[in-house]
Design a protein around this ligand. Structure first.
Ligand code: PGA
Length: 252
């Protein structure tokens, strides 16, 4: 799959129900399909909405992503989502390690690695999320946290030294997610530079674009898009309003 930046990853979290999503898709189907030609649009609705979304946009360039997957291939794991099913549904991407999932499921680095391995086996591109909490940020521990959180990704790349992988890396400071507080460009540049340095040894073999997430809107993107290291954005709330999404795409 040829990847072209800028990426716009729309993380719909649990904002819409099935019926609400259907209505949204019906209303904006045509316009969204046209907008998607201007960017690499990856839509990540909740699981139950994925088949509906895939059906609505089957003839378009829009790609779809899940918001998480199981670390296991199959078995007695009530409530979990099998990566193989995602592949069978033609889901091309999957968020891994989103801070809301990290917190809710107490995920550790070993589990995150196993989840990404499940995705790779099924030819799904991981969107690996990482970022420091407010406390870590205030205690100036961003560097340490990023280095620690990158470990599963580095392990995955090491384990696949013979196959060329693609993995998007989403830097999302937790204190900027859904808070209305956007990180300062200098802070993002520092974090993205560190991520790039850490991944440098694997960058010739693998494709590892870095994106930013956390309170990206049509207002905040104007400043954020000046950051050359970034190849796109992971956006939550703002992508659930069509006019706002349209404006964001026009500014990318
Ligand atoms: P937000 O969410 O754009 O609503 O801050 C971003 C995310 O959680 O990925």
């Amino acid at each position: 799959m040829k990847l072209t930046s800028p990426f716009l990853i729309a993380n719909w979290k649990m904002y819409y129900s099935y019926d609400q999503a259907r209505e949204w898709f019906q209303t904006y189907q045509q316009e969204l399909a046209e907008l998607a030609q201007k960017t690499s649009l990856i839509f990540c609705p909740s699981y139950e909405i994925l088949p509906l979304a895939l059906d609505f946009f089957a003839q378009t360039t829009i790609k779809f992503g899940a918001q998480n997957c199981s670390e296991y291939s199959s078995g007695a794991y009530t409530g979990q989502i099998m990566a193989q099913s995602l592949k069978e549904l033609h889901v091309a991407y999957c968020l891994i390690g989103h801070s809301e999932v990290r917190t809710a499921l107490h995920e550790n680095n070993e589990q995150l690695l196993r989840k990404m391995e499940q995705l790779i086996i099924n030819n799904i591109i991981p969107i690996f999320c990482l970022g420091e909490s407010k406390t870590d940020y205030e205690q100036k521990k961003t560097k340490e946290i990023i280095e620690h959180q990158l470990q599963p990704l580095i392990q995955l790349l090491k384990n696949n030294s013979q196959n060329s992988l693609t993995c998007l890396v989403a830097y999302e400071p937790v204190w900027a997610i859904g808070t209305g507080i956007v990180a300062h460009n200098n802070h993002i540049i520092e974090a993205a530079t560190l991520i790039k340095q850490q991944l440098q040894p694997y960058a010739t073999m693998h494709t590892l674009p870095i994106v930013y997430g956390g309170t990206v809107t049509s207002d905040t993107i104007i400043e954020l898009k000046k950051i050359e290291l970034l190849e796109g954005f992971l956006i939550g709330k703002a992508t659930t309003h069509f006019q706002e999404l349209k404006k964001i795409i026009s500014l990318l």
